[in-house]
Structures are given as C-alpha cells and as structure tokens.
Design a protein around this ligand. Structure first.
Ligand SMILES: [Zn+2]
Length: 124
C-alpha cells in the first residue's frame, strides 16, 4: 500500500500512543502530535470604535486590553481555514542539504583559536 508521508503526518517519534485532544472548531478527537496550533492576538474592541472609546476614557494613556487565545485545529479544519495547504509530491520531499551549511561549519572550526594547555611538570 502506498504511504503518502514517511511519518504518516505525525511527529510521534517512536512514542506508542499520544494523548488525544479536541479540535476547537469541530470538537473532533485528534492525537496531540497531529494538531495544528496557532496563537492569536486580537483587539477586544473593533478598530473603528477604538478611537471613540479612548476619547471617552478618563484615564490618560490607557492601553486597550487584547485577547490572547491559543487555538488548536484538526487537519481538515486547518486545511479549511487555510492554515496549512495540500502540497504536491515534489514539495513534500525532503529538501537537499546545501553545501553552504558545511562550509559555514568548517569556517567556524578554523576560526576558533586553539587554546594550548600548559602541561605542568611534575616535581619529584
Ligand atoms: Zn476540526
């Protein structure tokens, strides 16, 4: 049977079973390592009303509070909300490692100053 992804779309790393969690959109049970997470920061008040609220506020230099929410989606909801997209076979293949990376590592090794250890002579 052909397999679409080497890791079956998960990052389980030889763990036997992972804890399931609910999708925040459709409440489907999804393994935690398969979930798509996003951190949203939204203004509590809409942008067109903000100026009016700040003008009516008694406290000077008042900063309007924001909503910080962490959302987790199942695969189908993440695709539906355009958070992730379906990729072609060529896009899914692992990218070849560029040789520049090895050159940088080699340059770092050369650039490091060699610290010579002083060998103390043992007095007998
Ligand atoms: Zn869902």
């Amino acid at each position: 049977m052909p397999v679409k992804r080497r890791n079956h779309g998960r990052c389980k790393n030889h763990a036997g079973r992972t804890v399931p969690a609910h999708c925040h959109n459709c409440y489907r049970l999804v393994p935690v390592d398969k979930i798509t997470r996003r951190f949203n920061i939204k203004q509590m008040i809409e942008s067109n009303i903000q100026q009016d609220v700040l003008a009516a506020c008694v406290v000077t230099d008042y900063v309007l509070p924001k909503l910080y929410t962490k959302i987790q989606y199942c695969v189908s909801c993440a695709i539906h909300n355009h958070l992730v997209h379906v990729r072609s076979h060529e896009e899914r293949l692992p990218k070849p490692v560029s040789l520049d990376r090895f050159k940088r590592v080699a340059a770092k090794k050369v650039a490091k100053p060699v610290v010579e250890k002083k060998v103390e002579e043992k007095k007998e």
